[in-house]
Design a binder for this molecule. Sequence first.
Ligand SMILES: Nc1ncnc2c1ncn2[C@@H]1O[C@H](COP(=O)(O)OP(=O)(O)O)[C@@H](O)[C@H]1O
Ligand SMILES: [Mg+2]
Length: 225
Amino acid sequence: MIRSKKLHKYYEGEVRVHALRGVDLSIDKGEMVAIMGPSGCGKTTLLNCLSGLDDISKGKVWLNGKDLNSLTDNQKTEMRALNMGFVFQFYNLLPVLTAVENVELPLLLAGKSKKAREKAEKALDLVGLDHRYDHRPSALSGGERQRVTIARAVVNEPDIIWADEPTGDLDTKTSDKIMDILCKLNGKNGHTMVLVTHEDRVADRAERVLHMESGVIKRDQVKEG
Ligand SMILES: Nc1ncnc2c1ncn2[C@@H]1O[C@H](COP(=O)(O)OP(=O)(O)O)[C@@H](O)[C@H]1O
Ligand SMILES: [Mg+2]
């Protein structure tokens, strides 16, 4: 369902950065995969390139059998809106909207306004925020905000959820709770989950860990059990 072949990414600027140096990977439907590695090794770049958020420089990426290079920007945007959910730190919640309005937004943007409010409330229930529908982000704790972000990512029932350091700013206990929710979604609803982290504690929860170093995958670790 997610495949890359000889994927390279350069950032052109005053100095050219070769951020991905030939990434080959294949992730099946329903897998929960953690991408690990030190800061600057290319994890975020890889997520952006695989999800079509950023253009790739060389090589190929296929999503659900579709070659990303063959899609227009509009087609990629549509694919993201319909089939993907994002838990990214820079994908912030809109401060003027309440929790339930933030979660509802992807449905409205995807033109699925029928029962949008009901679905948004269900998604918030799923992450244990049934008592926080009408709170604005500023009135929520960091962990609660991250749970709203997860509800927003799953409200569309996407095939793939991309998470970049989803527990980055959270204390251990809250981080464990967020991981419980993500694991549950993966197990119960079968969402394919690709999760970037630099924390062992978080990667421990995944069935498979791709270890990155300097723009390549050094080790593909599949756990037993
Ligand atoms: N927009 C950008 N322009 C130039 N260089 C970038 C950009 N984004 C990331 N980089 C560089 O690419 C490399 C990989 O970055 P990144 O994917 O963010 O790493 P990670 O998420 O593993 O910390 C780093 O050397 C970083 O400085
Ligand atoms: Mg990063």
